[in-house]
Design a protein around this ligand. Structure first.
Ligand code: FPP
Ligand code: MG
Length: 452
């Protein structure tokens, strides 16, 4: 089992004049689950020195720092949507503002998925993580407690030559409907709010591309963008979202966060490339080995958990949190991201299209061997040739589905997802009690309960 112990002191940054003492925390130990992810310890960042006080002082600092945050009564679960609901209310509108184009067709396609009701799970997590790791704004250096200039370009606008009619002050600020909206939560920095928007932009860009690759007809119970506008416009709109997300990222003026989030984009593509094959082996005659699940989990990390983990991490980096808090935020996101995708792959075998709002049973049809099938393959070697030919022959999909149901592949997937969800909860166990922490825990429980 992987376990971590982080002292309460480790969660807090105090800027004392005493000599820096490093906070005692144990690194993650090796995992009983097949894990392709080496645990990385965060290197001491010379430009972001985090001095920690001795234990007792830090605990009392913790009590002072977090005393203003709403508390959830122990044992009572909270609705994560309610905690940051006001912020989320403005998310889609603010994202559309980042996506304005003078070209009417591009403007329309780029904003298309922002009109349908998505779950907004990724930005919700960023906002909850920002709250849960908030340091009292009075303790932050002045430039950080003031709204950060997240809209300010670094280059001359004439050089950038990227007109956005929705941000042009002459056009947009004149009308209220174009104003950037915030709920004004003191525990969320402007940069963290913008990070939430960037996270959703990257996710939406990946969906625009994914629907072309998967030839999807519907998305969120409506026509997919490729169906509505064609493949070319859908791909180009996705590229445009990545462009505007990159601009917004640069304007956060944090190289570490830029590195993390730019890497997510590379990870998404690499994950999608890994998914083009079901195993690392030659596809002619694949056999189930110990590496089979590791390959799938690595693909799952790149395709899904990377965005969630690195955006949670970035939220803590922007909040100038202590290194062990940054690690805890990352570990939470990584484990929750893996649980989320495992559940997604399980639901593909268990729910109806009407419930999901998108085609189900699609993975086998697309030739994909996900966790339920892999667990079935382990005890049914005859699935090997079907995996190798991507379930292309008549009767393959049906046979594979039957073996999955017979061999408890679905239940084993759920159990593995539960292990990751539990690890996500454990990762933030030393966060101070409060509504935001309860919201993060509830997100793990919701992930396990979800039907769509
Ligand atoms: C949904 O998977 C897709 C992803 C989580 C990532 C897709 C990534 C790419 C297409 C690479 C390009 C990335 C960018 C940023 C342009 P799914 O097909 O399993 O889920 P679905 O059923 O919702 O379609
Ligand atoms: Mg898809």
């Amino acid at each position: 089992m992987r376990a971590r112990t982080v002292s309460a002191a480790g969660l807090i940054v105090t800027r004392t004049t005493s000599a820096p003492t490093s906070v005692c925390f144990q690194c993650l130990r090796h995992d009983s689950l097949p894990s392709p992810f080496p645990v990385q310890s965060r290197k001491y960042h010379p430009t972001r020195r985090r001095d920690a006080s001795p234990f007792g002082a830090a605990v009392s600092a913790a009590q002072t720092i977090f005393k203003g945050m709403p508390k959830a009564p122990p044992g009572i679960s909270v609705d994560p949507l309610r905690i940051v609901g006001k912020e989320l209310k403005f998310l889609s509108k603010n994202i559309r503002q980042l996506l304005g184009s003078g070209h009417p067709a591009l403007d329309k396609v780029a904003k298309y998925y922002t009109h349908s009701e998505g779950k907004h799970m990724r930005p919700l997590l960023v906002l909850l993580m920002s709250q849960a790791t908030a340091i009292d704004p009075r303790k932050l250096p002045a430039e950080q407690s003031n709204p950060s200039p997240v809209d300010n370009p670094l280059s001359q606008p004439s050089i950038l030559d990227d007109s956005n009619p929705d941000l042009n002050p002459l056009v947009s600020r004149a009308t209220e409907s174009h104003q950037y909206n915030i709920a004004g939560d003191d525990n969320i920095l402007a940069s963290q709010r913008r990070l939430a928007e960037i996270t959703e932009l990257i996710h939406t860009a990946s969906l625009l591309h994914d629907d072309v690759i998967d030839n999807a007809v519907t998305r969120r119970a409506s026509s997919s963008a490729n169906t509505a506008f064609g493949n070319k416009m859908a791909v180009l709109a996705g590229d445009f979202l990545l462009g505007r997300a990159s601009v917004a990222l640069a304007r956060l003026r944090d190289p570490e966060v830029t590195e993390l989030m730019a890497t997510v984009i590379a990870n998404l593509v690499e994950g999608e490339f890994m998914q083009l094959k079901n195993t690392a082996q030659d596809e002619a005659k694949p056999v189930y080995t110990d590496d089979t699940l590791n390959y799938y989990l690595q693909k799952t990390y790149l395709k899904t958990a990377s965005l969630i983990s690195k955006s949670c991490r970035s939220s803590a980096v922007l909040g100038r949190c202590a290194p062990e808090v940054v690690e805890a935020a990352y570990s939470y996101g990584r484990n929750l991201g893996l649980a989320f995708q495992l559940v997604d792959d399980m639901l593909d075998y268990t729910v109806t299209e009407a419930e999901m709002g998108k085609p189900v049973g699609a993975d086998l049809e697309l030739g994909l061997a996900t966790a339920p099938l892999l667990f079935a393959w382990k005890s049914n070697p005859e699935l090997g040739p079907l995996v190798g030919r991507k379930f292309r022959e008549e009767g393959d999909v049906q046979k594979a589905r039957e073996l999955v149901y017979q061999s408890n592949g679905v239940e084993q997937t759920r159990l593995l997802a539960q292990e990751y969800a539990d690890k996500a909860v454990a990762a933030i166990s030393d966060f101070p009690e409060g509504e935001a922490k309860s919201g993060l825990i509830e997100m793990c429980e919701k992930t396990m309960r979800r039907r769509k």
